[in-house]
Design a binder for this molecule. Structure first.
Ligand SMILES: *[C@@H]1O[C@H](CO)[C@@H](O)[C@H](O)[C@H]1NC(C)=O
Ligand SMILES: *[C@@H]1O[C@H](CO)[C@@H](O)[C@H](O)[C@H]1NC(C)=O
Ligand SMILES: *[C@@H]1O[C@H](CO)[C@@H](O)[C@H](O)[C@H]1NC(C)=O
Ligand SMILES: *[C@@H]1O[C@H](CO)[C@@H](O)[C@H](O)[C@H]1NC(C)=O
Ligand SMILES: *[C@@H]1O[C@H](CO)[C@@H](O)[C@H](O)[C@H]1NC(C)=O
Ligand SMILES: *[C@@H]1O[C@H](CO)[C@@H](O)[C@H](O)[C@H]1NC(C)=O
Ligand SMILES: *[C@@H]1O[C@H](CO)[C@@H](O)[C@H](O)[C@H]1NC(C)=O
Ligand SMILES: *[C@@H]1O[C@H](CO)[C@@H](O)[C@H](O)[C@H]1NC(C)=O
Ligand SMILES: *[C@@H]1O[C@H](CO)[C@@H](O)[C@H](O)[C@H]1NC(C)=O
Ligand SMILES: *[C@@H]1O[C@H](CO)[C@@H](O)[C@H](O)[C@H]1NC(C)=O
Ligand SMILES: *[C@@H]1O[C@H](CO)[C@@H](O)[C@H](O)[C@H]1NC(C)=O
Length: 546
């Protein structure tokens, strides 16, 4: 009875509001709202106040503190726990299939929270190390966690357009878009969000439980790398906090922070030293996304325009509205933009980003293997314990040439980087799996698409190399690679044949990587004055055709 009357009154309220003439948006609609914590004046009294709050070492009485042994669940557990779920983010609906199986979160491509990939075709292989093998060493190349939009991207442009119209008194939003009349833009730019911090902390915890036993073979403190961008440092520290714990992480390892800025060499930010990288001279990735937006967003543009009389709603605006869904959700936990779009439009959103990565930061771009090859050179240096002496790519000789900042004997390597670096390292290593099905069409989503950004470079993405000995010994005999917990087939890499566990012989793999370093022409691909457009871009290996 109570339920029924609540239902009736809600329906009545809707009927009344529909009859009311829509009012203009408030003048603050679309404005940017920000907040700073802690308050600016608290530090002036910190010394005085802090004397009331001695830290744990001053207080003492920690209770018993016996330590246990290290974990190594990749070797000891019969099966490993996948990353699944994204608490505290609210899972959205679509506008057309509320409550059905389709999950909008899985259509966010590089803006998706990382979820374990079940299989890249090796259905029987798991993260667990193969029977009869021992893990000798592990490599981790990971992406930062969920962040705000990059500066000046489509969500903030849409907000600015709304705000400008609201200021002119021309903005009226009705129907499902009525919320825009009081909506403000609450996103900053570039920084990690609270959920992004959780992702990296969890990655650190997971890595300790899976590979902690390898700590026993360090002779000094680990040296792990990140770049200088705020979200990159934040990500690296949260990883370490998860791995070592907040009471001891600062004294448990050394953090290398490579400068992320034009003019500085770093394999973790290679585009700054590659003028032909996407968005500099060539905009293949963005061109592809723009072309596709004009295909899949036309219906949404028509649908929304009727609720925004007096507002010139462009395709770019609609793209900005759709991107606001993942960005608001990973920052604020929920977004009213999500369920404005249909299931097909969400599939279209993912494909637009897949196109951007394929043509801009993946196999379809002529300067991408060149951007990934510096990290591959470092990998070979670490695997062969041979110091690099020639710096002919994005390598930074000051860092890589030094045995303090670039040790060659670590059982656990951790490099923090970006989505577009992971997507560049894959073709640089010749993982031809992702080249299959390319080049990607600009006017429809292909059947059986294998190149999915959600599986390659989601927030907190991870590429893991397991160095193994089979049978167990102190000398590595094999290596294999996992991308977001899915084992990668190594069949594209010369010498590495099919293996149901994704294994390749250690020396064969290194020889393949050395050959890749010869095959990739860094200077030509990054600096030459060549010409390529979407009409004739048939590249699938991230290199300009020789
Ligand atoms: C996985 O194992 C099953 C059962 O042993 C086998 O039939 C199947 O072919 C294997 N699949 C792959 C991809 O190796
Ligand atoms: C670590 O080092 C010890 C002795 O130096 C060796 O016995 C052990 O096998 C090594 N562990 C790994 C995983 O390589
Ligand atoms: C608002 O007014 C300014 C100044 O007259 C104008 O440049 C701008 O295009 C207007 N914006 C909209 C959305 O009408
Ligand atoms: C290499 O890295 C060091 C340390 O961050 C920095 O001082 C130096 O400028 C970098 N060199 C180049 C060529 O980028
Ligand atoms: C609407 O925006 C588009 C793209 O910016 C522009 O080409 C067009 O002239 C605008 N139309 C009106 C009526 O302002
Ligand atoms: C930086 O990279 C350029 C281009 O490959 C190279 O010429 C230069 O020697 C590198 N500098 C350092 C310090 O590694
Ligand atoms: C690093 O190199 C220096 C000089 O080449 C050498 O003296 C030192 O022992 C090396 N340190 C390590 C930890 O390998
Ligand atoms: C897609 O995969 C299905 C099932 O494996 C197959 O029947 C179909 O022919 C494939 N389509 C294309 C275009 O390759
Ligand atoms: C990389 O892939 C290409 C194309 O499949 C092949 O020709 C080349 O030999 C491969 N190189 C290595 C080192 O695997
Ligand atoms: C690149 O080549 C084109 C046509 O060959 C020429 O017009 C252009 O000036 C060249 N750009 C540079 C930077 O050399
Ligand atoms: C691609 O097409 C452009 C013209 O749109 C032409 O200038 C260029 O040479 C072509 N590149 C290749 C690799 O065929």
């Amino acid at each position: 009875m109570l339920l029924l009357s609540a239902f009736v009154s809600a329906a009545l309220a809707r009927a009344i509001s529909a009859a009311v003439v829509p009012s203009k948006a408030s003048s603050f609609a679309g404005s940017t709202s920000t907040f700073q914590f802690p308050p600016a004046d608290v530090t002036s009294t910190a010394t005085l106040i802090n004397s009331f709050f001695p830290d744990a070492s001053e207080v003492g009485f920690a209770g018993p503190t016996p330590t246990g042994d290290e974990a190594e669940s990749v070797a000891t557990a019969p099966a490993l726990s996948p990353v699944k779920g994204y608490f505290p983010l609210v899972r959205p609906d679509t506008s057309d299939r509320k409550g059905k199986d389709f999950n909008v979160v899985e259509s966010w491509a590089n803006l998706s929270p990382m979820q374990s990939v079940k299989s890249f075709g090796l259905d029987n292989a798991t993260e667990r190390i193969p029977e009869g093998c021992k893990i000798n060493q592990v490599f981790l190349l990971h992406r930062h966690g969920a962040r705000y939009p990059t500066s000046g991207s489509s969500p903030s442009t849409f907000a600015a357009n709304v705000h400008s119209a609201a200021g002119n008194g021309t903005f009226i939003a009705t129907g499902p878009l009525e919320f825009l009349n009081t909506w403000t833009y609450k996103l900053g730019a570039e920084l990690l969000t609270p959920f992004g911090r959780e992702q990296l902390f969890n990655l650190g915890v997971g890595f300790r439980v899976k590979y902690g036993d390898l700590l026993k073979n360090f002779t000094g403190l680990p040296v792990w790398r990140t770049t200088s961008e705020a979200r990159m440092v934040d990500s690296a520290l949260h990883f370490a906090a998860g791995f070592f714990g907040v009471q001891s992480y600062q004294s448990s390892y050394y953090q290398v922070i490579e400068i992320e800025k034009e003019g500085f060499n770093s394999t973790l930010v290679p585009w700054d030293q590659c003028p032909n990288a996407n968005n500099d001279i060539y905009t293949l990735g963005d061109d592809a996304t723009k072309a596709w937006n004009n295909v899949y967003l036309v219906d949404a543009q028509k649908r929304f325009a009727q609720y925004l009389p007096g507002f010139n709603l462009t395709i770019d605006d609609v793209a900005g509205m759709q991107a606001l869904c993942p960005y608001e959700t990973v920052a604020l936990g929920y977004s009213a933009f999500c369920d404005l779009f249909t299931e097909e439009e969400w599939k279209g959103f993912a494909y637009g980003i897949d196109l951007n990565f394929w043509y801009g930061d993946g196999p379809g771009n002529p300067a991408v293997s060149a951007q990934g090859i510096g990290w591959v050179q470092e990998l070979v240096s670490r695997l062969t314990k041979t110091r690099i002496t020639t710096f002919d790519s994005t390598l930074n000789g000051t860092i890589v040439g030094n045995n303090v900042t670039f040790p060659l004997d670590q059982p656990i390597y951790v490099d923090a980087s970006h989505d577009t670096v992971i997507s560049a390292v894959l073709p640089a290593m010749n993982f031809t799996l992702f080249a299959a099905g390319g080049p990607l069409p600009l006017d429809h989503i292909p059947e059986n698409q294998t190149y999915k950004t959600r599986e390659i470079a989601p927030f907190a993405s991870r590429l893991v190399g397991q160095v193994l000995s089979c049978p167990a010994s102190d000398t590595p005999t094999h290596i294999r690679w996992l991308l977001n917990d899915g084992v990668l087939p190594l069949t594209g890499i010369q010498g590495c044949g099919y293996d149901s566990n994704g294994l390749c012989e250690f020396d064969t793999f290194i020889a393949g990587m050395k050959q890749r370093i010869e095959e990739v022409d860094f200077v030509f691909d990054c600096f030459a004055n060549y010409s390529l457009s979407l009409d004739n871009d048939t590249i699938t290996n991230g290199q300009f055709p020789q």
